[in-house]
Design a protein around this ligand. Structure first.
Ligand code: AMP
Length: 295
């Protein structure tokens, strides 16, 4: 695996692969890699060669009071894991390489970025869209792989790729979870003891919502209530939001009629966690709809 630190060299490698008609895959990450990230790398390996993984803790997507300084960094271990999976290139630029002094541009995907995570983390998705567009332009991947763990981010990046006619397909991978349901996240490293146990409340709240949907409930506010009940009954968990939104517009829904997401965000101890369930609804004829809830 070759480690690339400069934009110029990464551009050269990416363009050479395109010229040779090779299918270039990109997995953007902020490092501190876990099985969730590695599942994206495996998906990329199955479809693409060469595979580029980027590790860049993007300062522009952190708010002023967020965890940029203490965000976990495990570069040596990340390299070992990526090498073992047969990754061809690791793009790990220093901050000055991505944002030289005088950098001024930002990408805003209007209407999708201000809600949910965007309301609690103003400017977050501007930072995300900006860095992802830069990565796409530098690497020029045919396909870029993202996890459904960050459902709103995925929706925003897909919209950006469509709106800006980018030559990159967006591939979605399922959420990888711990045996007790907690979605893997680099920020889980902040959890210990009681907060690690309490953190399963997010998954349990989505499980409750799933059984309520499966029992036939289609009223969004009652479904939200079934999930919220679990979260508020867990000491040490402060709910930020529980919402059911249309999977395309990310607007809140009143009744479940189309594919939507149930999204939760909560602060556990001092750590902000997110999780979601994909609710796929197939409106039926006589026998009612058929529904599939994927956590
Ligand atoms: P991050 O390093 O947190 O920016 O995440 C990089 C990519 O990994 C994003 O596309 C995330 O959605 C994805 N990812 C993070 N956690 C998981 C998980 N538990 N399962 C699947 N994908 C994940």
């Amino acid at each position: 695996m070759e480690i690339i630190r400069t934009v110029a060299w990464m551009k050269q490698v990416g363009r050479a692969a395109r010229q040779q008609d090779r299918l270039l895959g990109l997995v953007p990450t902020m490092g501190a890699l876990h099985e969730g990230h590695l599942s994206l790398v495996r998906a990329a390996r199955a479809q693409c060669s060469p595979v580029v993984v980027s590790i860049f803790v993007n300062p522009k997507q952190f708010g002023p009071s967020e965890d940029l300084q203490k965000y976990p960094r495990t570069f040596a271990a990340d390299c070992v894991a990526l090498e073992a999976l047969g990754v061809d290139y690791l793009f790990a630029p220093p901050v000055e390489e991505m944002y030289p002094s005088g950098f001024r541009t930002g990408v805003i995907v209007e209407g999708l970025s201000e809600r949910l995570e965007g309301r609690s983390r103003p400017g977050h998705f501007r930072g995300v869209a900006t860095v992802v567009l830069k990565l796409f332009e530098i690497v020029q991947p045919h396909t870029a792989f993202f996890g459904r763990k960050d459902a709103q981010q995925l929706r925003i990046i897909s919209q950006m790729a469509q709106d800006l006619n980018l030559d990159t397909q967006i591939a979605t991978c399922p959420i990888v979870r711990e045996p007790d349901g907690l979605a893997l996240s680099s920020r889980n490293a902040y959890l210990s003891g009681d907060s690690r146990r309490a953190a399963t409340a997010l998954y349990r709240s989505l499980e409750a919502l799933r059984s309520t949907v499966e029992a036939g409930e289609r009223d969004a506010s009652r479904l939200v209530e079934s999930a919220r009940k679990i979260l508020v009954s867990e000491p040490g968990v402060a709910v930020d939001y529980v919402e059911i939104v249309d999977a395309e517009t990310l607007e809140p829904v009143v009744n479940l009629r189309r594919t939507c997401y149930a999204l939760v965000a909560a602060v556990v101890g001092a750590t902000r966690l997110i999780d979601n369930a994909l609710i796929e609804i197939d409106p039926g004829a006589q026998q009612g709809d058929s529904v599939r809830v994927t956590l």
